[in-house]
Design a protein around this ligand. Structure first.
Ligand SMILES: Cc1cc2nc3c(=O)[nH]c(=O)nc-3n(C[C@H](O)[C@H](O)[C@H](O)COP(=O)(O)O)c2cc1C
Ligand code: SF4
Length: 436
């Protein structure tokens, strides 16, 4: 049984799996092109994408823009598949990255870490694009309410609607769109917020003139998980953690090894300087921060609009750059809540194939279960029919008996009547011949 394709307007991915954008160098063109080549949506993450550019501290906006252009173009050289870009709302160069991605004809932009209420204002004009914009826009939300807010604002102010949504639950890795106390509250789990978001966006599909697909993210780990969320109405899933543990992931092998080494108790929620909770693999760096130790740093890149540099015990951009380079002594690895399940590093091809196989088996298993139930019901109906036919046969036999008895009785009565008639006629005949 085949999994459905992921359709976002006229954009089609052969497999309904989006590789979540993973910032500060974890998902660049290496990982994104490998995923796109396997039929999924490969996503380049933009936070601090320009770290290898020589002028990243003197001209961070220019360096990040140049690096993004290089990464998109490299992806296009390596793959014909669907390529997306992930941009955080909180980035100071948000508008510039949106414009650059659209101009470079990225297939889709995923926008997270905040509500992109004014994103349409940053899109290039039709004239600038020399025609229709090809890039689809998919905000990442954590509730149906957030999806409604974005749709209402875009429709009213820009006469535009998003092309898709990602709804990300509290089990995801990286920054989380929830309050710390909501993370374990069943009212905010993905199984709850997915149907709410699907329902919320349905109200805008008529205005859009086509379906607005909703993609489920956060804690999706196996093919069975994929099957479950597709059955719940998701058009696809977005996965981060599983793609870290691949050869093609753009992080240093030591970053990936942190996932393999982690146990369940190492999965840790931090208070990020960005102002949101974040999920990571606990380590000495994070323990030191929790114990009040500071890692003072000047603000080298001015990358986040929500960063409180003066109050923050460390520069998260610097810490994540160190982690991407494998220097976990001076940084930490963001990770989804299931990262401790990772046992080995495999190729993107192996991962995609095993996920799809598992999901197909799960779907086929569900189908087989219903087929078996149908067969049992059919057999039961046949049994009942047989028993009823048997009973009917008995009743028919009894009826035949009664019929035979009635016929016998009738025959007796008939004979008696004939006898009586003959007697009477004989008597009359005798009387008549005597009177003559
Ligand atoms: C190392 C790492 C970095 C991430 N960075 C970003 C990011 O820059 N922007 C973003 O929107 N999401 C980010 N995420 C979230 C992922 O895109 C994805 O939605 C999430 O990891 C899904 O949950 P999962 O890891 O349980 O599959 C990150 C996740 C990880 C594990
Ligand atoms: S201090 Fe904050 S804004 Fe400055 S570079 Fe670090 S993370 Fe970015």
């Amino acid at each position: 049984m085949n999994l459905p394709q992921l359709k976002i307007g006229d954009l089609i991915a052969r497999r309904p799996i989006v590789q979540g954008g993973m910032g500060v160098g974890i998902s660049l063109s290496g990982l994104a092109s490998a995923v796109a080549n396997e039929g999924g949506v490969g996503v380049i993450a933009t936070p601090m994408i320009g770290i290898e550019e020589p002028d990243i501290t003197t001209d961070p906006v220019g360096a990040n823009r140049r690096a993004l252009v290089k990464q998109i173009r490299r992806c296009r050289e390596l793959s014909q598949g669907v390529i997306g870009v992930n941009i955080m709302c909180a980035l100071t160069n948000f508008a510039d990255l949106v414009k650059t991605s659209v101009k470079e004809k990225a297939d889709i932009i995923f926008v997270g870490a905040g509500l992109p209420l004014d994103l349409p204002a940053h899109l290039p004009t039709v004239e600038e694009m020399g025609g229709k914009m090809k890039t689809k826009i998919a905000p990442i939300v954590s509730s149906g309410r957030a999806a409604t807010l974005i749709c209402r604002k875009w429709l009213k102010k820009y006469n535009m609607l998003p092309d898709a949504f990602v709804v990300e639950g509290p089990k995801a890795g990286g920054h989380l769109g929830f309050k710390a106390e909501q993370l374990d509250d069943p009212d905010f789990c993905l199984e709850k917020i997915l149907p709410e978001t699907i329902e919320a966006v349905k109200a805008f599909e008529e205005a859009k003139g086509c379906p607005i697909p909703v993609i489920a993210a956060g804690g999706v780990y196996s093919g069975q998980d994929i099957c479950k969320f597709l059955d719940m109405g998701a058009a696809g899933v977005q996965m981060g953690t599983r793609f870290v543990a691949t050869h093609e992931c753009d992080a240093d092998p030591r970053f990936k090894q942190a996932f393999i080494n982690a146990g369940p108790s190492d999965m840790h929620v931090i208070k990020s300087p960005v102002g949101l909770p974040g999920r990571a693999v606990n380590n000495d760096f994070l323990r030191a921060v929790e114990n009040g130790q500071k890692h003072p740093a000047k603000c080298p890149f001015h990358c986040l609009s929500t960063c409180k540099q003066d109050l923050s015990p460390y520069c998260i951009a610097r810490a994540l750059i160190n982690a991407k380079r494998g220097i976990l002594k001076h940084g930490f690895a963001f990770a989804g809540s299931n990262a401790y399940l990772v046992e080995k590093i495999i190729s993107v091809k192996e991962l995609m194939n095993s996920l799809v196989e598992e999901a197909q088996e799960c779907k086929a298993g569900a189908k087989q279960y219903f087929e078996e139930r149908k067969e049992t019901a059919k057999r039961y109906i046949e049994d009942v029919k047989g028993q009823m036919n048997e009973k009917l046969g008995d009743v028919k036999g009894q009826l035949e008996d009664v019929k035979g008895q009635v016929a016998g009785k009738l025959e007796g009565v008939k004979e008696q009547m004939v006898e009586k008639l003959q007697e009477k006629m004989a008597e009359r005949f005798k009387t008549a011949s005597e009177s003559e």
